[in-house]
Design a protein around this ligand. Structure first.
Ligand code: PFF
Length: 450
């Protein structure tokens, strides 16, 4: 494959490249989605499967996406076209575009709740004096028509950052806020560990009951690993196209996976002790975190201040993720369809907004519209995270493992011979065989074939 020499905007420093990919990976997936998925799938058993998938499949596929992105310096279509030239297979890039628009739709709803909680607590409108009150407020904020408005506001913020340009805006935001979020999570962890009944929550999260591992748990954990690491839809391909030549791909992949999983575990340590302490069901689903957090703030001195700070950081973490999701369709429209960046941002925002409005209404006016017991929001989430992303990851793994030539792989992982990378043969073996086979087996298992 011919290495690309195209001039593109690049992340200024190695730290910025790491902070930006971590910024994409760390978001609502860790703090909102991980606790609710773990809650509905048996706690410890889910955590074990999730971590196993992150290590065995997530890290290699992340390496594959980074490699493809930097070698081609292109959007998902351009990257596949360069790697498998002449074959129609690159049209599979559409799967990434569709996934990104669907993810943006439901993600914006949760990010909208976050923004609303932040503004409401800033204005002192949230009453944290008792848990009952907190529960009522949570119902008002997440149901009815209000979420539609906040989804729209969030999408406009997202579009604004996209128009300002990704590398500069995201770089700056990620560099500053990601470390602050991490520290705040640590503080909240300490607080949760001192709650009465905390041990029950910790046991739920860390003591696995292996009898609970089922095909549903495996598929859920696989989907969570992909969602959380922003894998399978070309997001990391696009971000790696902004990496400089000196960014170490394997090291960055490992660090991204490590920090991402650490944040998910911290979120679990914050949420589960509180779930048991305040008598909330761990199976509450997508609204779990928003139901539990007000309880936590209600027993803190100056709960409103903590709440404002927490939701502000969560909002920032969400926007660094949504910007990376949006970049997939925006770079596609700019580079493949030759649209201006403004038009591309407009089109991608309008499409995902339409989906976002449907998702926002699925806890209120459209709550009775369900398929197989899932509302529109759940369907968007389930189909993308558990099906589309693993399929996308499997394809990327196969393309990099089988179609990319050894020379390109070596150049990418050794930064053109300037560093050593002894694990290349193992990585290629995982990409050719282990990752695709494991994903395929989880699929077969989930449809009851094995
Ligand atoms: N990884 C993000 C999170 O955990 O919040 C969500 C996400 C971002 C998914 C970008 C997919 C993506 F392309």
């Amino acid at each position: 494959m011919k290495e690309s020499t195209k001039q593109r905007a690049l992340f200024a420093t190695k730290f910025a490249a790491i902070a930006s990919t971590v910024g994409s990976a760390v978001g609502l997936g860790n703090i909102w989605r991980f606790p609710y998925e773990a809650g509905t799938h048996g706690g410890g058993a889910f955590l074990i499967c999730y971590l196993a998938f992150v290590i065995l499949i997530g890290v290699p596929v992340l390496c594959a996406e980074y490699c493809l992105g930097r070698a081609t310096r292109s959007n998902i279509f351009g990257a596949y076209r360069a790697a498998i030239s002449g074959r129609l297979l690159h049209k599979l890039g559409y799967l990434g575009i569709i996934s990104s628009l669907l993810i943006l739709s439901f993600y914006a709803v949760v990010a909208g709740w976050t923004l609303e909680y932040c503004i409401e607590s800033l204005m002192g409108k949230l009453d944290f004096s008792n848990p009952e009150e907190g529960h009522q407020q949570y119902l008002t904020l997440t149901t009815g028509w209000r979420p539609v408005i906040w989804t729209v506001i969030f999408m406009l913020c997202n579009a604004f950052i996209l128009l300002k340009g990704v590398t500069k805006g995201i770089e700056r935001v990620s560099n500053i806020f990601m470390p602050v979020l991490f520290v705040l999570l640590l503080l909240f962890c300490i607080n949760s560990l001192t709650l009465p009944g905390a041990k029950e929550g910790i046991d739920f999260l860390f003591v696995p009951d292996f009898s609970k591992i089922s095909s549903k748990v495996l598929l859920g954990a696989l989907g969570q690993a992909f969602f959380s690491l922003s894998l399978g839809l070309g997001c990391m391909i696009t971000y790696a196209s902004y990496f400089s030549d000196s960014t170490k791909l394997a090291g960055t992949a490992l660090l991204t996976a490590l920090l991402d999983s650490a944040v998910a575990i911290l979120a679990g340590i914050i949420i589960f002790p509180a779930v048991f302490s305040f008598g909330v069901s761990p199976q509450a689903g997508p609204t779990l975190v928003f139901e539990v957090l007000p309880n936590i703030f209600s027993q803190l001195t100056a709960g409103g201040v903590w709440s404002t700070l927490f939701f502000l950081l969560l909002f920032i973490a969400s926007i660094t993720s949504t910007v990376s999701v949006s970049e997939i369709s925006v770079t596609y429209l700019c580079e493949e369809r030759k649209l201006t960046r403004t038009k591309a941002v407009l089109i991608s925002t309008v499409i995902s907004l339409a989906g976002g409005v449907l998702c926002a209404m699925s806890f209120g006016p459209l709550r009775d519209f369900t398929i197989c017991d899932r509302n529109i929001f759940d369907i968007f989430d389930y189909v993308t995270s558990n099906i589309f992303l693993p399929i996308g990851g499997m394809l990327c793994s196969l393309v990099v493992g089988w179609a990319l030539d050894r020379k390109t792989l070596k150049t990418q992982f050794t930064n053109n011979g300037s560093i050593r990378f002894r694990f290349l043969p193992i990585l290629v073996f995982f990409l050719k065989w282990i990752c695709p086979a494991a994903i395929f087996l989880v699929f077969l298992d989930s449809i009851g074939i094995i």
